[in-house]
Write a new protein. Sequence first.
Length: 237
Amino acid sequence: MVMSDPSPAASDPHDAPTATARCSCSLAAWLWLLAAGVMIVAGFAGFDRWFYEHVSLVLNNEARPLDRGFYAVTKPFWETCRWVFGSPLGVLVLFGGAVFLRPTRWRLYAAGLIGITVAALLANVAQGAIGRLRPNQAASALTFAPPFSELLTKERVCFPSGEAATAFALACVAARFLPRWRAAFYAIAGLTAAARLVNGAHYVSDVVAGAVFGVVVAGLLFRWLSRLSSGAQVERS
């Protein structure tokens, strides 16, 4: 009689470390989501307005030479971060460069581009639908325009930040291709989001919500599309 060994010793020895790593990543992700949620709640509770009045306005106060010098010197840096990592043009340029360097992986790059694009579009639609007014448009962080009234213009609304969503969606996808550069990608995305705080265009909770939105939507969509692409390649082979 042949008896099967029910103990886990017969399994692949690499399975346990892999499962442990996945659990650690999942725990870290939930902790980051919890921290983001706390920051968003704190922002609406009063921290958003405090930060705008005591940090953003100080950095943009043209009446003080030191602040005017700081903003004049650092503005090109912030604008570069925004255009490279937070704009559709920057995303398209990076996508084109990736395809040029590794044309055989164009399907995966296309999946990433779709994930980033959808995340950015949905964030901007949500921004116009929610209608939270920008810091320089109202005296309170709890002032909203009528729902969907700013859907087409979006000049006066700010929650969630579309540029933060785009930047963090790009960082999420780029980290899948180059995991060793994960910290650098997210650091640049963080600077892109910070640019929206330095120039007073957004509240802290705006960029935090945009960052979470971009990572979640782009990450899930990219994973799903990459699996579809891999399955299609297997069927053709």
